[in-house]
Design a protein around this ligand. Structure first.
Ligand code: ADP
Length: 199
């Protein structure tokens, strides 16, 4: 693949102008956790709180992205890496547009998450660890996937026969076993508020 003749085109409207218009600091809230841990549920609740405050956000959700942009990818380790790489690039474009981006992907590997962090400027990547025990995720089993994985109908299922590398120093650590969805969402919003992302 040759990128030699592809030149980055400068936009007439600058990033700073987009940020000023939206009155917020664009950032990626990168939710990571086991399947069924609550990433989508909490990210949706955070988006609702942001919208109520007049903030501009967009949620990139695992299942939705796999229906379109990444529908050619499966769940092998190689495909998971490419899945996260593409999402990172898309998230970066949204940040450039001035949005607060929420991503809800298992993203089991530390190296991939830090690769996305490295794509972005300092302070533009917030790792949100949705920390829910495997037992709780399995008992919730919102999509019936654990049942299938235990029956051997799904291979490479994170937490069963594929690794999940928990963040060692997440920016936000949400333990859902002991909190309601609303409490979890408020914890994320308070972080954004305190760190000045909503100004
Ligand atoms: P993921 O996106 O991580 O795969 P989902 O958000 O799709 O997980 O599913 C999580 C399930 O757990 C939902 O059915 C949700 O209602 C339930 N749930 C129960 N308690 C909580 C909580 N405190 N936080 C998040 N989800 C919770």
């Amino acid at each position: 693949m040759s990128e030699v003749n592809v030149v980055w085109h400068e936009h007439t409207v600058s990033h700073q102008e987009r940020v000023a218009l939206k009155q917020q600091q664009p950032v990626v809230l990168w939710f990571t956790g086991l399947s069924g841990s609550g990433k989508s549920t909490i990210a949706n609740a955070v988006e609702r709180l942001l919208l109520d405050k007049g903030k501009h956000s967009y949620l990139l959700d695992g299942d939705n992205v796999r229906h379109g942009l990444n529908k050619d990818l499966g769940f092998s380790d190689t495909d998971r890496v490419e899945n996260i790489r593409r999402i990172g690039e898309v998230a970066k474009l949204f940040v450039d547009s001035g949005s607060i981006v929420l991503t809800a992907f298992i993203s089991p590997f530390r190296a991939d998450r830090s690769q996305v962090r490295n794509l972005l400027a300092e302070g533009q990547f917030i790792e949100v660890f949705i920390d829910t025990s495997l037992e709780t995720c399995e008992s919730r089993d919102p999509k019936g996937l654990y049942k299938k994985a235990r029956a051997g109908e799904i291979k490479h299922f994170t937490g069963i026969d594929s690794d999940y590398e928990a963040p060692m120093a997440p920016d936000i650590h949400v333990k859902t076993d002991a909190m309601t969805v609303e409490q979890c969402a408020i914890k994320v919003l308070e972080y954004l508020d305190v760190k000045g992302y909503l100004r």
